[in-house]
Design a protein around this ligand. Structure first.
Ligand code: MTE
Ligand code: MO
Length: 479
């Protein structure tokens, strides 16, 4: 039995739309989920299912009777996930959450799909592509339904290389620990996504597109009565490079990664890249509780306003903003008006991928490799320390360069001397911002990266502190 909240399915109407309400449209689109789909979903939910909120403590276990089945959703056993994603360590099976096992799986520019982390708040919806549509509403000429085949055939196809990283990656290094999936380094991976430019889709459908507006992007995965997974993406970013992706490295998306279509927000934390997209709404504001233009606005705000905020120990529930002026997460840390930053653009980070922790190497093996990225800001520099971060020397970027949204591989020729060494990499972004050495304690109440410390925060987001690797160098006997 795990941590789900009970839920009451309630029909609802949207005052704004004539005829069929978004809720009805949603439900009718859900009919393909199975004859008894919606009702059965509700009754199963009232019983027991695994809902792993960002706040909740993860469990890697199944109930004794195995996972509960819910019509219209795929419910996973751990064994099934392990088989399909052999490169992942399973964190929970219901819903599926898993991270890359070892840092040295990141030695190529792209991460194979079976080693690419899964972060889901609900089980994966089973969506037949041929019947799937995306509804477009809000500040548009008229509400429209866009079928998948139109998305694929009538709009351009663009590619974008992007390093997807969960905002909670590195959470497990916080002391004291915080609740939530205990990601180490591996809630991340890089791929080339292909799909339709969201800006083009909006333009074709007569949407208002001023930079100051927001596009609310909603996923089809929340069971009835649960908080819809929805994110507000600023229109300026939508127009710049956001993609409704249907392919990842030339293959169709897997069910767990958002099939048939997900948003990709290049260079921003993974939470923004909404999976299983089924609804887009052009709005003047971010999703927030008091939005009178929307029916049941508070069903759409949890993942936008409560989760994915950097909240120090000293603060309560974060303040809901309707608009903010910067989407660079680190810049928000220094913005007193925002107070609890939203997880949008990724902060600069890097780590060593080989050699791996605890290994014994010879001086001849002294090549150090790693990955570095800085969200859409881009990188300026990568350095390496072999003395645990006391002194640093420049390393060099290698491998493909596909724009700032994707990581760079790096290498360092290490003239290794026998003994114990602690390797640490440090990346600097194009604005000169660099990784801090450690994470602060909660008592310090930090709100920004300061004194070489990352601010400890209640939900463990954004940790970009050094990630040391201890290795032993020995001289081999056979010379
Ligand atoms: N609809 C929906 N989209 C979602 C999520 C989700 O639970 N539901 N999780 C988000 C989070 S927190 C992350 S980090 C990424 C993970 O993408 P992946 O599972 O494909 O790696 O998807 C994002 N998109
Ligand atoms: Mo995430």
């Amino acid at each position: 039995m795990s941590n789900t909240s009970g839920s009451t399915p309630e029909g609802s109407t949207d005052a704004e739309s004539a005829g069929e309400s978004p809720r009805e449209r949603y439900l009718s689109r859900r009919r393909y989920l199975g004859a008894a789909g919606v009702a059965a979903t509700a009754s199963v939910l009232a019983g027991c299912s695994g809902l792993l909120g960002e706040e909740s403590t993860p469990t890697a276990t199944e109930t004794e009777t195995g996972p509960e089945e819910r019509p219209g959703y795929h419910t996973y056993s751990t064994a099934e996930l392990e088989e399909k994603y052999s490169g992942l360590k399973i964190v929970s099976n219901q819903p599926p959450n898993a991270e890359t096992w070892s840092r040295n799986q990141y030695t190529e520019f792209t991460t194979s799909v079976d080693a690419t982390y899964i972060r889901s708040h609900y089980d994966s919806p089973e969506i037949p592509e041929a019947e799937h549509t995306i509804s477009l509403e809000g500040m548009v000429e008229g509400p429209t339904e866009i079928p998948m085949d139109a998305l694929k055939s009538e709009l351009s196809t663009v590619e974008v290389a992007h390093t997807m990283q969960c905002a909670g990656n590195g959470r497990s290094y916080f002391e004291p620990s915080v609740a939530g999936a205990q990601w180490t380094f591996g809630a991340m991976g890089t791929a080339v996504y292909a799909g339709a430019p969201v800006g083009e889709l909006l333009e074709r459908n007569g949407a208002e597109m001023d930079d100051e507006l927001y596009l609310a992007v909603m996923g089809a995965d929340a069971p009835d009565g649960e908080d819809v997974f929805a994110r507000s993406i600023p229109m300026s970013k939508i127009k710049k490079d956001c993609v409704l992706a249907y392919e990842r490295d030339g293959e169709q998306l897997t069910a767990e990664h958002g099939f048939p279509v997900r948003l990709v927000v290049p260079g921003w934390y993974g939470c923004n890249s909404v999976k299983w997209v089924d609804r887009l709404r052009v709005m003047e504001t971010m999703l927030h509780d008091e939005d009178e233009s929307m029916d049941e606005p508070d069903r759409y705000t949890h993942w936008q306003q409560s989760s994915y905020r950097i909240v120090p120990e000293q603060d309560d529930e974060p303040r809901q903003h309707t608009t903010i002026g910067t989407f660079d997460t680190q810049a928000q840390m220094n913005d007193e008006e925002i107070e609890q930053p939203y997880m949008y653009g990724m902060v600069v980070k890097s780590f060593v991928t080989s050699p791996v922790e605890g290994t014994t190497i010879t001086p001849e093996d002294g090549e150090v490799r790693g990955v570095a990225w800085a969200g859409e800001t881009g990188l300026q520099r990568i350095e390496l320390s072999t003395d645990g971060g006391e002194t640093f020397t420049d390393a060099e970027f290698t491998g493909p360069e596909h724009g700032p949204a994707a990581w760079r591989l790096f290498r360092f020729d290490w003239d290794a001397t026998p003994g114990e060494h602690t390797l640490v990499s440090r990346a600097t972004d194009a604005e000169g911002r660099t990784q801090p050495a450690t994470v602060s304690s909660p008592e310090e109440g930090l709100r920004q990266i300061q004194d070489d410390k990352y601010p400890w925060n209640r939900k463990g987001y954004g940790n970009n502190a050094y990630m040391p690797v201890a290795v032993t160098v020995t001289v081999s006997d056979d010379g």
